[in-house]
Design a protein around this ligand. Structure first.
Ligand SMILES: Cc1cc2nc3c(=O)[nH]c(=O)nc-3n(C[C@H](O)[C@H](O)[C@H](O)COP(=O)(O)OP(=O)(O)OC[C@H]3O[C@@H](n4cnc5c(N)ncnc54)[C@H](O)[C@@H]3O)c2cc1C
Length: 387
């Protein structure tokens, strides 16, 4: 007799709590974020009141254990939140993404008990985090960073500059990568917690960007910035591990941002093509339009399967390096394609700011750049399949 097996539900089938969570985040985004999207994009600013609402909603401390005031949920929940928020505004998606998949994730994995006790309750309850690896001279080649940290009897002294730091304008807690020994190459890299207000630390210029304009992207300056020895995150000289491992996971979050964006562009377009009439009928009645939308919906579904699979593999302790790189690579391409189609199918209206799709088209581009460019994802995938 064949053994009775329980059928595995589809990859995109959500558990009851996951579905409830995803729906409540989307309803929040639709109700409270959507009315602000255009103004936030134009002013390149996220109002503090909205950030406060995100904390109240519980999406700024998703994986933080309940004892520290967080939601005690999973990485997969973070992915669902980033997707749901990005469907309405990818700028808010990335704010929440960096907070959860990079900053909190790194602290949970590498923080000492003391660091967790002091920082996690704050991150769950009002303090935003940022993750500072890139510099003017080191982007894809992240471990060529030159920010220097010198150990002294009173702790560490950091000198250097970071560039492109998401959440720089809002953050109070920064994870900063610096080298304690430039001659040691990547083995000198060390991760530090630096707090806003630390002596010698200033947040510099904010970038004026093509897309995700509301999300702040800032330069950070360290001039004899003093950091206590207890603020080393992980081991001295092992910062490269902190960076690699958190970014491997963070990539899945960017995949989630991109599928949310693509779904948002598709939502707007499906509505529009049913309303817009040409040649005496809705443009949705033209098979040429239907086929384009069918292909876009298929792309989004494929990307979502990849993102969910990578996230579920991560949560269940299975290897996910290749899947994470693939899902970010593919989801960011899908987002650009679908947002571009959305502009096309809106005609002239797709090209003006009165309609939301031109913004999503601009927002899509970043998916192929940050947390490892598409070429770097291809490099990771190639290395895995050829090894
Ligand atoms: C809006 C925004 C937000 C960001 N947020 C953060 C953040 O919060 N924290 C942070 O640390 N960084 C952040 N970054 C930085 C981002 O991660 C880097 O911009 C990215 O890694 C690329 O580095 P780069 O800009 O120096 O480009 P480069 O590394 O100079 O790359 C330029 C081009 O060369 C290609 N290239 C480089 N090396 C290779 C290679 N070996 N093979 C093939 N092609 C290659 C790249 O694919 C790319 O097309 C952000 C950037 C932006 C724009």
């Amino acid at each position: 007799m064949p053994q009775q097996t329980v059928a595995t539900p589809g990859l995109t089938t959500l558990a009851d709590d996951e579905q409830l969570f995803r729906d409540s985040v989307y309803e929040f985004a639709d109700r409270e974020i959507r009315p602000l999207v255009r103004e936030m994009d134009e002013q390149a600013h996220i109002p503090r009141t909205l950030v406060d609402r995100l904390f109240e909603l519980g999406v700024m401390g998703i994986e933080i254990p309940e004892v520290f005031g967080g939601a005690g949920a999973t990485f997969f929940h973070s992915v669902l939140a980033v997707e749901a928020l990005s469907r309405v505004d990818p700028s808010i998606g990335v704010l929440v993404d960096v907070q959860n998949t990079l900053v909190i994730n790194a602290l949970l994995r590498w923080g000492t008990d003391d660091l967790k006790r002091s920082l996690l309750p704050r991150l769950a309850n009002g303090s935003t985090g940022a993750y500072a690896l890139s510099e003017a001279g080191s982007g894809s080649d992240a471990f060529a960073l030159s920010t220097r940290s010198v150990e002294t009897p009173a702790g560490f002294v950091i000198n250097g500059r970071k560039l492109w730091i998401t959440n720089g304008a809002e953050a109070e807690i920064f994870i900063v990568f610096a080298t304690v020994d430039p001659d040691a190459g990547y083995r000198g890299i060390t991760a530090f917690i630096v707090e806003r207000g630390a002596p010698g630390f200033t947040v510099g210029r904010k970038e004026d960007k093509l897309g995700i304009r509301a999300s702040s992207t800032c330069e950070l300056l360290f001039e004899d910035c003093r950091v206590p020895a207890a603020h080393v995150l992980g081991e001295i000289g092992k910062g490269y591990k902190v960076a690699i491992e958190t970014l491997n996971e963070g990539r899945i979050g960017i995949g989630a941002q991109m599928i949310g964006l693509a779904q948002g562009a598709l939502d707007h377009t499906v509505r529009y093509v049913k309303e817009r009439k040409q040649f005496g009928k809705a443009i949705a009645d033209f098979q040429g339009v239907q086929f384009q939308l069918a292909r876009a919906a298929t792309d989004v579904e494929a990307a979502r399967l990849m993102v969910y699979n990578a996230a579920r593999r991560r949560d269940s302790g299975q290897p996910f390096l290749t899947e994470a790189a693939m899902c970010k690579l593919f989801a960011s391409e899908v987002a650009e394609r679908v947002a571009s189609l959305a502009v096309n199918l809106h005609g002239g209206n797709g090209f003006v700011k009165d309609y939301p799709v031109e913004k999503l088209y601009r927002d899509a581009k970043i998916g192929q750049i940050y947390e490892g460019t598409s070429n770097l994802q291809l490099q990771t995938i190639a290395k895995q399949i050829l090894s």
